[in-house]
Design a protein around this ligand. Structure first.
Ligand SMILES: NC(=O)c1ccc[n+]([C@@H]2O[C@H](COP(=O)([O-])OP(=O)(O)OC[C@H]3O[C@@H](n4cnc5c(N)ncnc54)[C@H](OP(=O)(O)O)[C@@H]3O)[C@@H](O)[C@H]2O)c1
Length: 239
């Protein structure tokens, strides 16, 4: 029987590539996203099941408790992104507060709530992988701070779940093209600059990240936990 896999934010970009990889391997995959129409169309195209669920909303996340049915082998917390655009008319401190709450909510709370909803069903030998960012290491503002918090949470989660033989890791992704992450905020100049920062002189692809996640959920990665794995073409090096 195939493995059971839950991918939050599986309708586009990295989460979608992850779902496609596990589905091709015969897994029972469930993807989520906030919008019913995109969830349904992505699920149909991928041949997986889809559930509309805003991972920042506890009452919606509670509905994931039985998805997929039975025990869970892989949880991928891909839902996340840049903070909502500031409200033009809001007083500066209110706008700042909203930006920070939006970043933390989108990038930390999503993973914390989803993991809490399914953790009792994680089978021995299972894996949790959460999507972090190179922004946690340098100049990421509220978004980077939220991704740094995600990595700190991951370390404590790994300590809690390690005795159950559940691994927990964060992928620190650099610039990945072919996603909706930047919205209309990508320019040719920005693209050039981000590519130039890499040692491989190319952006990442969603599949670069998906393949790393497949590895982290494989038997060959059973002694890797509590880590931040840098998959960014060398744009950030650990030494
Ligand atoms: N692309 C990059 O260069 C890059 C770099 C570093 C890190 N990352 C991280 O990689 C992860 C995946 O992003 P991506 O690049 O693949 O961007 P993307 O194409 O925008 O995908 C984000 C996915 O998350 C979903 N989502 C967002 N907020 C959600 C919520 N509250 N609840 C449920 N689903 C939610 C989106 O669907 P809906 O909008 O329909 O809900 C979509 O399926 C994110 O955590 C992002 O921060 C990306």
């Amino acid at each position: 029987m195939g493995r059971t896999v839950l991918v939050t934010g599986g309708t586009s970009g990295i989460g979608r590539a992850v779902a496609a990889r596990f589905a091709a391997d015969g897994a029972d995959v469930v993807i989520t996203g906030r919008h019913r129409d995109t969830v349904e169309s992505a699920a149909e195209e991928l041949g997986v099941r889809g559930l509309a669920c805003d991972a920042t909303r506890p009452e919606e996340v509670a509905a994931l408790a039985g998805e997929p049915a039975g025990s869970l082998d892989v949880l991928v917390n891909a839902a996340g992104g840049l903070p909502a655009a500031p409200d033009a008319g809001a007083p500066p401190l209110e706008a700042l507060a909203r930006q920070w709450l939006s970043s933390v909510s989108a990038n930390v709370l999503t993973a914390v709530l989803t993991t809490a909803a399914v953790r009792d069903r994680l089978a021995p030998g299972s894996a949790i992988v959460s999507l972090g960012s190179i922004g946690a290491e340098r100049g990421g503002g509220s978004y980077g701070a939220a991704k740094a918090a995600l990595a700190a949470w991951n370390a404590s989660l790994a300590a809690e779940l390690g005795p159950r033989d559940v691994t927990c890791n964060v992928i620190s992704s650099g610039y990945v093209a072919g996603t909706n992450f930047f919205g209309d905020g990508m320019t040719e100049e920005r693209h050039r600059r981000l590519v130039e920062e890499t040692l491989l002189k190319r952006p990442g692809t969603p599949d670069d990240i998906a393949r790393t996640i497949v590895f982290l959920a494989s038997p060959g990665a059973r002694h890797i936990t509590g880590q931040t794995i840098h998959v960014n073409g060398g744009a950030f090096t650990t030494r």
